[in-house]
Design a binder for this molecule. Structure first.
Ligand code: HEC
Ligand code: HEC
Length: 192
């Protein structure tokens, strides 16, 4: 793991020194998605994958329900998910400017959504509650009565306490998760 870290740190060091006008690297790195913002491809893709779907070094992040939350994680870094042996480094504005970050959230939010409950749960819920819904970094099971599940998905919890893993849950409106998709998620939770 230390060796991987050293490689990432080296890459970031090189990148920090780069001008941001270079677009050619994406093709060299074998990206299939041409429209990723350049800052994403250069800095985030090594851990989160070319399209944001995650790797062994970082989770699926195609779920930006609340940009303030994403901003908080990027600016402060974090190391709370047991699934990953290393954490997420913090990136200051000088490395990833705010407008680049906004473009990254917009792009991630455009990712095609899974059509089944398990896939939707993995995309929108598992980073905080674990794939089996048992608790995860939120330390709260989702396996409870249907009405409560539906209510909290729409309302969220904890306001903008983005740094508080056991309090903050984003509110998902019907643009993010449609009523039909919520039905699939609830059905999936019923099988856990
Ligand atoms: C060195 C690997 C690495 C790089 C590079 C990296 N991340 Fe992460 N990221 C992680 C890990 C690991 C986590 C999980 C953190 C934890 O354990 O709490 C994470 C978590 C996140 C989360 C929170 C996901 C959630 O559902 O809570 C977001 C958002 C995120 N990263 C965005 C980014 C963006 C945007 C970039 C590029 C500017 C980036 N990351 C670069 C490793 C990385
Ligand atoms: C960013 C992290 C995060 C994400 C993403 C997230 N949750 Fe949560 N969730 C939490 C936290 C933290 C709590 C605990 C809040 C509290 O104290 O009631 C919670 C609580 C819950 C509860 C328990 C409510 C209760 O009263 O016991 C359910 C059910 C739930 N979430 C379902 C979901 C579903 C379904 C999704 C995906 C659509 C989801 N959550 C996505 C963080 C998250």
């Amino acid at each position: 793991m230390m060796r991987k870290w050293a490689a990432v740190a080296l890459m970031l060091g090189v990148m920090a020194g780069c001008d941001d006008g270079e677009g050619g690297d994406a093709a060299d790195m074998g990206m299939v998605q041409g429209e990723a913002p350049e800052a994403y491809t250069m800095i985030c893709s090594s851990c989160h994958g070319a399209e944001g779907g995650g790797t062994t070094l970082g989770p699926d992040i195609r779920n930006p329900a609340e940009w303030g939350y994403g901003d908080h994680v990027v600016r402060n870094g974090r190391d709370e998910m047991d699934e990953f042996s290393s954490g997420m480094p913090a990136y200051a504005d000088g490395i990833v400017a705010q407008d680049s970050l906004d473009a990254i959230w917009t792009w991630l939010g455009q990712a095609e959504k899974p059509g089944d409950g398990a896939g939707l749960f993995a995309r929108f819920c598992a980073n905080c509650h674990d794939v089996d819904g048992s608790g995860g970094r939120a330390e709260k099971t989702v396996i409870i009565d249907e009405a409560t599940i539906r209510a909290i998905v729409r309302s969220g919890h904890g306001g903008d306490a983005f740094g508080n893993a056991t309090q903050y849950m984003p509110a998902f409106d019907t643009d993010l998760i449609t009523d039909a998709e919520l039905d699939l998620i609830v059905e999936h939770i019923g099988t856990l």
